[in-house]
Design a protein around this ligand. Sequence first.
Ligand code: KIV
Length: 275
Amino acid sequence: MSTEPRSDARSRKVTTRSLLQMKERGDPIAALTAYDFTTAQLLDSAGIDVILVGDSAGMVVQGLDTTVAVTLDQMLYHCTVVRRGIERALVVGDMPFMTFQVNADEALRNAGRMIKESGVEAVKLEGGSKICPTIRRIVDVGIPVMGHLGLTPQSIHKFGTYQVRATEPEEADEVRRDARALEDAGVFAIVIEKVPATLATEIAQSVRVPVIGIGAGVGCDGQILVTHDMLGLYTRFHPRFVRRYAELGKAMHAAFEHYVRDVKGREFPDKDESY
Ligand code: KIV
């Protein structure tokens, strides 16, 4: 496997503008999450269009039960190390809970820190119409914003469950309204999480900006998964929308056991591995 920069068309830097062009051409957008340099490099060389440094780091890296406790400093660290591994993909940093809800000034200052201190090219904020004035302030200074609707994990204590959202007409209407409001506020893309596929498709067809689905069916303009989920590394939950592309958790466990056996049996290191 090569991590060399490619020279074909896929090696062109992804921007918020090229994502819009992808939607217009009907080219699906492939997005995944990353939290560290090595994974970021592998994703980038595999042709991923968007890398989200998600606050899912709280769960899959830190072992917390929810994303609620993740801090701005932790996100700055993850964003900085991921950015170092990227040449082509667009890198988006997640704004953690309570870094953008208090007021627009504080949100703007924190979004500015994400961009300036870590080098990510855009930020993601969870929420709909209520945070649109804040999104406008951030977009107005030149920071691209990605929205996030449907199952927004920072609101897990309000929802009380990770079950599919917007199955009732009232909530589905709210998601429709929120998508339009986010577009009007100037977002360059919207993540839509765990809603019925028919609703996500309808929204993707009704807004100009790309809609990137997670558990939202094939009718979205792109797909995103949490990398640790699709690699079989994080196994606390296995929602049905997660397709396992590898069983790295099992492979790593077997490798670690093998190493322990080799060390205990004085099988490692051998002569060639010694000086
Ligand atoms: O934090 C995250 O990884 C996310 C994705 C689930 C979209 O927000």
